[in-house]
Design a protein around this ligand. Structure first.
Ligand code: THU
Length: 160
């Protein structure tokens, strides 16, 4: 028996003001996009924005359904739309932010497990890792260099 340790790392910025301008712009688009959140069941608004290799930015939001398991997360919504509209373009970064009308979120938005899996799949598809920029409504911003840092030991096409 051998014990293994999985290592992950990320950068923590005190606030969005410390980010490079391109990351600030992407986070601003994510924040703007959460206004398009369709979330009548949870009231929890999530906005995501991607930066493509060609410099273009696209935003998306969560899209809920009365049949609850069919709710589409903001990250999956924007990544699927991007793959459909720009199948040849790599995603180089994704920013995610949230708004909870019941209580301000002062910690970075944490993508759910399924969204982490979709981020890893997108990286495999594009043969390009993406930076992941996470912020709540206020507070610190976390930056991960790649999906694998959020989802170590992930399942992927190499198993099939
Ligand atoms: N949600 C996201 O959009 N992204 C995540 O990573 C976590 C959760 C959405 C799904 C649902 O519409 C609402 O947040 C509450 O779970």
């Amino acid at each position: 028996m051998k014990k293994h340790t999985l290592h992950t790392e990320f950068l923590a910025y005190t606030s969005a003001d410390e980010l490079p301008a391109a990351d600030r712009a992407l986070l601003a688009l994510a924040r703007q996009s959460l206004q398009n959140s369709y979330s009548p069941y949870s009231n929890f608004q999530v906005g995501a924005a991607v930066l493509l290799a060609n410099g273009e930015m696209l935003g998306g939001a969560n899209y809920e359904n009365a049949s609850y398991p069919m709710c589409i997360c903001a990250e999956q919504s924007v990544l699927a739309a991007t793959a459909s509209r720009f199948p040849k373009e790599s995603v180089v970064a994704i920013a995610v932010t949230v708004h909870n009308p019941n209580r301000p979120v002062a910690q970075p938005a944490a993508p759910c497990g399924a969204c982490r899996q979709v981020i890893c799949e997108t990286e495999q598809k594009n043969k390009k890792t993406m930076r992941i920029i996470l912020q709540g409504e206020t507070g610190p911003v976390y930056v991960f260099e790649k999906g694998g840092d959020l989802l170590p030991l992930s399942f992927g096409g190499e198993y099939l």
